[in-house]
Write a protein that binds this ligand. Structure first.
Ligand SMILES: Cc1ncc(COP(=O)(O)O)c(C=O)c1O
Length: 363
């Protein structure tokens, strides 16, 4: 049975990307690697919609969130962490771990941050230096209205650190236009390559914060990454095979075009939501903010969420994500990001429909 991997990352790999990783190693301090690094960095800037810097580290997305914090802040700095789910909580937790004075705004699961709520929280915490926000909360299938939220943060001239791990490269993130200071994305999502690489943009304002920041950092130091990049290198050994993959994936993305990619994800999101509702299932997310990269679906009363998910895998070859933390067993999450065809999404929806019907009639 063909596997239809519909978790919201790691996402399937195009054949060209898989083939690229068969290459032998090259000297990561030589001209060939410099060429790949420079090419990838330029293309990433295009997809990030930034003229600022984009740095690449070997890590999963969480490493990038830690890098954003340790590079821009100092111990006991007050920050506002706005969380709409598991990944927002993680961003706040990292900030706490590094001794920041974290003021949390927690929004009920399934909802997005209302810009007025953010304005109020900032009014109540006028001393915060930075705001931590998840753009697309993969655990609930919600996309925050980042442009509107960023406007409020920028009115106050604060630093804005964004987790765009499951949105960048799939849905619009206009880094410069929206005034986003540090934006983190991860290789295993829209970039269509395996896990293990994190991309981080750094604005002018963020560079000023980097100079002033006092939190200890070594491996993640943006200054070291930037000065190596100027020589066509990374400070420490890069994930060479992932660079081969990234070069090919970005080339495929360039050919498809930024807007066409956004459109493909928007269509997949709308299609999935319609199919789910037509089956009589409920979306977990507030539909106005439902994500175009992952759809969270409520498991109906009387159906065992874990069995539902396992049956999709074992009987139909469709692998979906389960609920995380308190949503375990209560939702399933269908990923539609990165490399997928319309058929991948429609057959996954067909499988959900068949399974739902079989579970309903089961005694
Ligand atoms: C929104 C979001 N933030 C951060 C992460 C980082 O997680 P990881 O370190 O597992 O890549 C993920 C991964 O699923 C994510 O979806």
């Amino acid at each position: 049975m063909r596997q239809n991997l519909r978790i919201p990352g790691p996402t399937p790999l195009p054949a060209q990307v898989q083939a690229a990783m068969h290459r032998d190693m090259i000297d990561h301090r030589g001209p060939e690697f410099a060429n790949i690094l420079n090419q990838c960095t330029e293309s990433l800037k295009y997809f990030y919609c930034t003229k600022g810097d984009v740095l690449i580290f070997p890590a999963s997305g969480t490493g990038g969130l830690e890098a954003a914090i340790v590079n821009t802040l100092s111990p006991r700095d007050p920050v506002l962490a706005v969380s709409i789910g598991v990944f927002g909580d993680r961003f706040a937790k990292i900030a706490e771990t590094f001794g920041l004075d974290v003021r949390r705004v927690s929004i009920p699961k399934g909802r997005a941050v209302d810009p007025e709520q953010l304005r109020q929280a900032l009014d109540e915490n006028p001393d915060v230096k930075a705001v931590l926000i998840t753009h697309n909360e993969t655990s609930t299938g919600v996309t925050n209205p980042l442009k509107d939220l960023a406007t409020i943060v920028k009115e106050r001239n604060l630093l804005l650190l964004v987790d765009a791990v499951s949105s960048m490269g799939a849905i619009p993130v206009l880094t410069d236009e929206w005034g986003l200071d540090v934006v983190v994305s991860g290789s295993q999502k829209a970039w269509m390559i395996p896990p293990g690489m994190v991309m981080v943009s750094v604005s002018e304002r963020a560079w000023q914060a980097v100079q002033a920041a006092k939190l200890p950092r070594y491996y993640w130091d943006f200054r070291a990454a930037k000065s190596s990049l100027e020589k066509g290198q990374t400070p420490y050994t890069p994930a060479v095979s992932l660079f081969y993959a990234l070069e090919v994936a970005l080339d495929l993305m360039m050919r498809e075009g930024l807007e066409a990619i956004w459109e493909r994800h928007a269509e997949a999101g709308a299609y999935t939501r319609n199919r789910i509702k037509e089956m009589g299932l409920e979306l977990f997310a507030d539909e106005r903010y439902a994500s175009n990269t992952v759809t969270a679906i409520k498991v109906p009363e009387g159906i065992d969420g874990k069995a539902f998910k396992n049956n999709l895998r074992d009987k139909h070859g469709v692998i979906v994500g389960g609920g995380q933390a308190e949503l375990s067993g209560r939702i399933i999450r269908l990923g539609h990001l990165g490399y997928f065809t319309k058929e991948d999404i429609s057959t996954a929806c067909d499988a959900i429909q068949m399974e739902l019907e079989s579970l309903k009639v089961a005694p």
